[in-house]
Design a protein around this ligand. Structure first.
Ligand code: NAX
Length: 328
């Protein structure tokens, strides 16, 4: 651990996910209890006043590890020297907005942030995109960051993984920590593929513990895909604390070597993947982080026709998003 604070950037700092995420980062949850950090928080100019209030609260927590808080709306200043960037801020879908419009509006944000990261961030910066549509936003940022490795851009599907684990735990009456691995393939959208065929409960195939195949193929997958909408319906607001928690889980997985026999889901650049998914997409795969701290796609996961078909549908959606986003 270095004594120098490590710089972590968070965008969308005045939003609801950041209101949970920033405090957990500042308490040391991502980099551990011995590593000082500095928070570099980006917002749009209209939300800077609200962000000032969040900064005041961070100050008032008197976190021992938090050495500095920098706020602002210029990505070239905020991303200066950052080792980790969690890109949460995004434009929400407005009334009457088509998916293509949403992709274009977000495209502008992630073109600018990709360029800024490429110019001023640490050369090894790991970038996790949370703001939706997160896979394609990450692709846009990656495509606009010529000085950074394409391998360092990720989009978050860990909330889907965690949601899937919670569903299987409730159905099987095992604790959630016994549900592993749990792979999410594809896009963070309703075409995502929660893979119960390769999931295990206490080391046994899910299908040998939960015998209700109809529930698995239908209710389980739909519950995971539509969990976000169910939270909005119940809470009146979209998931925030669980999204922040999943962002921290993801960063920890991306940084620390993965324990033997484990894996995690994250969307990353599909170039050279072993699952016949088109290149130049940000697609969710099972991953492990090696001893050098480099995340890699896990090879050799068996795929049946059900999975292959659904994975192709998610790939098709990502190709369509890419076409809409990159259409000039
Ligand atoms: P909020 O609307 O509460 O906050 C978003 C914040 O981003 C706002 O304060 C806004 O001013 C800011 N912002 C917009 N453009 C910006 C820019 N160019 N630079 C910096 N800041 C900018 O949304 P919140 O609930 O926090 O959700 C944030 C994003 O996460 C949304 O796009 C949402 O869809 C996405 N999610 C992604 C999830 C995932 O699993 N990948 C799950 C949770 C969440 O739905």
């Amino acid at each position: 651990m270095s004594e120098e604070p490590i710089r972590i950037a968070v965008t969308g700092g005045a939003g609801q996910i950041a209101y949970s995420l920033l405090f957990r980062l500042a308490s040391g949850e991502m980099l551990g209890p011995d590593q000082p950090i500095s928070l570099h928080i980006l917002e749009v100019p209209e939300a800077l006043h609200a962000l000032q209030g969040v900064k005041m609260e961070l100050d008032d927590c008197a976190f021992p590890l938090l050495k500095e808080i920098v706020i602002g709306s210029d990505p070239y200043k905020i991303f200066q020297g950052v080792r980790y960037a969690i890109l949460v801020g995004a434009r929400p879908r407005g009334p009457g907005m088509e998916r293509g419009d949403l992709l274009k509006e977000n495209g502008k944000i992630f073109i600018g942030q990709g360029k800024a990261l490429s110019e001023v961030a640490d050369r090894d910066v790991k970038v996790l995109v949370v703001g939706n549509p997160c896979n394609t936003n990450a692709l846009i940022a990656m495509s606009n960051a010529p000085h950074l490795s394409r391998k360092n851009f990720f989009a978050m599907t860990r909330l889907d993984e965690n949601r899937a684990k919670a569903q299987l735990a409730q159905k099987s009456k095992f604790h959630v920590s016994e549900i592993r691995p749990m792979i999410i393939w594809g896009n963070h959208s309703s075409t995502q593929v929660p893979d119960y065929f390769n999931a295990k409960i206490e080391g046994n195939p899910v299908t040998s513990v939960i015998h209700d195949e109809e529930w698995l193929a239908d209710t389980f997958i739909t519950n995971v895909q539509k969990r976000g909408a169910a939270i909005i319906e119940a809470r009146g607001k979209s998931s925030a604390a669980s999204a922040a928690s999943a962002a921290i889980d993801t960063m920890k997985s991306l940084i620390n070597p993965t324990p033997a026999g484990e894996l995690y889901s994250v969307a990353l650049c599909s170039d050279g993947n072993p699952y016949d998914i088109a290149e130049n997409l940000i697609y969710s795969f099972p991953c492990r982080t090696n001893e050098k701290g480099v995340p890699e796609i896990v090879k050799g996961i068996p795929l049946n026709n059900f999975l292959k078909e659904k994975m192709k549908a998610s790939e098709a959606e990502l190709i369509e998003e890419r076409e809409l986003a990159f259409k000039s």
